[in-house]
Design a protein around this ligand. Structure first.
Ligand code: PAF
Length: 288
C-alpha cells in the first residue's frame, strides 16, 4: 500500500501548515535530511511520529555544506521513493524546497560558530559546519517545530547544532537518536551507496576500530593515546581504508582526551576507496 504524503516546496506554505497545527494545540516534529532515506532516517521519523502529533521531514541537499571538491553533484537523490518511505514511517509532510527558495539571489547571511567547528570534521572540511548550521537555522525558522530529530552518527553535527540552538535561543528541543547499523555493524549512511563490493566489505573496519577502543576501555585501558593507536591498528588492517582521523574526545569540548572517562567518545573519519565515511561510539559502549 502506498501512503501519500504532502509534498511542499515553498517555505511560506510549510510554515503556514505548521502554524495551523500548532494553533490547534498540536505538536510538530521536524526531521531534517538530505534524502536518500535509509533505516537510520526512518528511525528518526518514527521517533518523531511517536512523540509529536505531526511530523515534517525536510529533504534538501544543501549546497553550502559541500566544498567545491566534494560530492554535491553525485549525492544520491530519490525524492519519490523518499516520500513513500517517509510516509510509511509516519511523516505527514515532506518539505523539499528548490535552491532558489533556500538561497535566493543576494543571499549573504551565514551562521558561524567558534571552536567546536574547527576540529575533527571541521579541520578536514573547513566550510562544512557553516553550511550545516546555516541551513539548520533556516529550517528551524521555516518549520518552527517543537522538536527536531538528529542521528548520533553525525556526532559533531549534533554537538554544534545543540550549541547553536542554545547560543541563539532557538525554541526547538533537539533530540539525538542512536546510530542504526547494518547487520555487520557498518553505520547506515547515504554515502554507503558509493561503495563497491570490496570497499563495502572493508568498510566494517570503522566499527571494528570503535569496538576495539570500547573493549580496551572495558578492560581498564584509559590512556587516550593507547586507545587512538589501537583504533589506527585496526584501520591499517584494511588495505582500502585510509584514516583521516581516529580520536578519543571529550563530548562537550570535542578536544582529545589524555585520560579517557566513561563519557569520552571515540570518533573517526576514514576514506574507503573514494568514499569518506564517519562513525563514533562512546568508549563505555553504544548503550551509553
Ligand atoms: O545530517 C544531514 O543530513 C544534514 O547535515 C542536515 C542536518 C540535513 C543539514 O543539511
Amino acid at each position: 500500500v502506498r501512503i501519500a504524503v504532502r509534498q511542499i516546496a515553498e517555505p511560506e506554505e510549510v510554515r503556514g501548515v505548521v502554524r495551523t497545527w500548532q494553533v490547534g494545540g498540536l505538536t510538530v516534529g521536524l526531521v531534517p535530511t538530505m534524502g536518500a532515506l535509509h533505516d537510520g532516517h526512518l528511525s528518526l521519523i518514527r521517533a518523531s511520529a511517536a512523540d509529536c502529533d505531526h511530523t515534517v521531514v525536510s529533504i534538501y541537499v544543501n549546497p553550502t555544506q559541500f566544498a567545491p571538491t566534494e560530492d554535491l553533484a553525485s549525492y544520491p537523490r530519490s525524492l519519490e521513493r523518499d516520500c513513500t518511505r517517509a510516509a510509511g514511517a509516519g511523516a505527514d509532510a515532506v518539505f523539499c524546497p528548490p535552491d532558489r527558495a533556500m538561497y535566493p539571489d543576494g543571499f549573504a547571511t551565514y551562521v558561524v560558530q567558534d571552536g567546536l567547528t574547527d576540529v575533527l570534521e571541521g579541520r578536514s572540511r573547513p566550510t562544512h559546519f557553516r553550511g550545516v548550521l546555516t541551513v539548520v537555522c533556516k529550517l528551524l525558522n521555516i518549520v518552527p517545530a517543537d522538536r527536531a530529530y538528529f542521528g548520533r552518527k553525525d556526532f559533531q553535527q549534533t554537538v554544534v547544532v545543540r550549541r547553536m540552538v542554545r547560543d541563539l535561543n532557538l525554541p526547538t528541543d533537539i533530540r539525538v537518536l542512536p546510530t542504526v547499523r547494518e547487520p555487520d555493524g557498518l553505520a547506515m549512511s547515504s554515502r554507503n551507496a558509493y561503495l563497491n563490493d570490496e570497499e563495502r566489505g572493508q568498510a566494517v573496519c570503522l566499527v571494528r576500530a570503535l569496538r576495539r577502543a570500547c573493549a580496551l576501555f572495558a578492560g581498564g585501558e584509559t590512556d587516550g593515546d593507547a586507545l587512538r593507536q589501537a583504533m589506527r591498528s585496526v584501520l591499517e588492517e584494511a588495505p582500502l581504508a585510509c584514516a583521516d582521523y581516529a580520536d578519543v574526545v571529550d563530548p562537550d569540548t570535542l578536544e582529545p582526551v589524555e585520560v579517557a572517562a566513561g563519557k569520552s567518545v571515540a570518533v573517526l573519519a576514514v576514506r574507503v576507496g573514494g568514499t569518506r565515511l564517519i562513525d563514533n561510539m562512546p568508549v563505555a559502549g553504544e548503550a551509553i
